[in-house]
Design a protein around this ligand. Structure first.
Ligand code: PLP
Length: 352
């Protein structure tokens, strides 16, 4: 009998649960481009309320959520201020430049965070020869930072500084609900400081696809226009919206289990192994980033070794790999992953 694979590459790998599929089958649908898909409208109203904004727009992916929000709030030549390690800089194929004509002024800082002073220093004086600093993008939780969480006080300070300089703020909240579960803050505690926010249903929440952008009525009207322009307006998308509604109703509270399992994994992998370094302080939500020592190989080769034994992790950089906990990994899966890592890289067998 083969044991099932423990897939920790990302929280995007989840399959819809039976109950979620039933909700999708039962969804009443219309034509969302014509504006009459009742399930999409219900999801948008629910998300707007949850995030404390007047309007929301359902989009196919987190990338489209970020990019429509950026396009709606900038014009070509504007500059976006964001952490250099942010998702929009690394994983959206250059879209801010390609789709909105915007450059990114990259900030640095531990865990994908930065300070009000960093923002102030990045804002360009208004001169005819300078790119106008227009939009600040903050990511919470921060993916490449380690699934790190913005403390609300720092978040609020940074936002106040950006607003003082006339910038709009977009929150890349692909995993905002993880941040809320980690801090005990409500979503609106964060979103009340920003103009627009993107959330993903296909990450930790376990839906097969879909994200949303929330903001003012005028901004979301523009988001809706650019969603169409970017090819993301869908028709009977109530089927997908039903999955997102189901995820919001049933998969929010369980995020705490993912966080607990990520911590267990981080601690388990740190003990009795050699060649792995984990900054335990950075394990704040459902992600574990692992630095692998060159002596045991590259992140690619380590991931291949683990995969041969039924545990999948994702290489992120040459010597850095990532494990993410989610709906489809239980306690037993985490213990298996720890066992496999210990078997491959136990202290006893490592070269000295
Ligand atoms: C996954 C992710 C996105 C969006 O990704 P898609 O794959 O396009 O859904 C955006 N921001 C962050 C921080 C993410 O982790």
């Amino acid at each position: 009998m083969t044991e099932s694979i423990v897939d920790l590459r990302s929280d995007t790998v989840t399959r819809p649960t039976r109950a979620m599929l039933q909700a999708m089958i039962a969804a009443e649908v219309g034509d969302d481009v014509l504006g009459d898909d009742p399930t999409v409208l219900a999801l948008e109203a629910k998300v707007a309320a949850l995030l404390g904004k007047p309007a929301a727009c359902f989009v196919p992916s987190g990338t489209m959520a970020n990019q429509t929000a950026i396009r709606a709030q900038t014009e070509p030549g504007d500059e976006i201020i964001a952490h250099g390690d942010s998702h929009i800089a690394h994983y959206e194929t250059g879209a801010p430049a390609a789709l909105s004509g915007c450059g990114i002024y990259p900030l640095t800082g531990v865990g994908g965070r930065f300070t009000a002073r960093d923002v102030a220093a990045a804002i360009r004086p208004r001169r005819t020869w300078m790119a106008p600093s227009r939009l600040l993008v903050i990511e919470n939780t921060h993916n490449r930072g380690g699934g790190t969480v913005w403390p609300l006080s720092l978040f609020a300070e940074v936002c106040a500084e950006a607003h003082r300089h006339g910038l709009a703020i977009h929150l890349d909240g692909a995993r905002l609900f993880n941040a809320c579960v980690a801090t005990g803050e409500t979503p609106t505690a964060y979103t009340s400081h920003v103009e627009t926010v993107a959330v993903c249903f296909s990450k930790a929440l376990g839906a097969p696809a879909g994200s949303a952008v929330a903001g003012s009525v005028e901004t979301i009207d523009r988001v809706r226009r650019f969603r169409k322009m970017f090819g993301g307006a869908m028709r009977q998308s109530g089927i997908l919206a039903a999955a997102a509604i189901h995820a919001l109703d049933h998969h929010l509270e369980r995020l705490a289990d993912d966080h607990r399992r990520a911590r267990r994994l981080a601690e388990g992998v740190s003990e009795e192994t050699s060649g792995f370094t984990i900054d335990l302080d950075s394990v704040q939500s459902n992600m574990v980033y692992i630095e692998v020592d060159e002596r045991i190989g590259s992140a690619d080769t380590v991931c291949l070794m683990l995969a041969e034994r039924g545990v999948r992790m994702a290489p992120m950089d040459r010597q850095r790999l990532r494990a993410v906990t989610h709906l489809d990994v239980d306690d037993a899966g985490i213990e298996r992953a720890i066992d496999v890592v210990r078997t491959c890289f136990s202290t006893a067998r490592s070269p000295s």
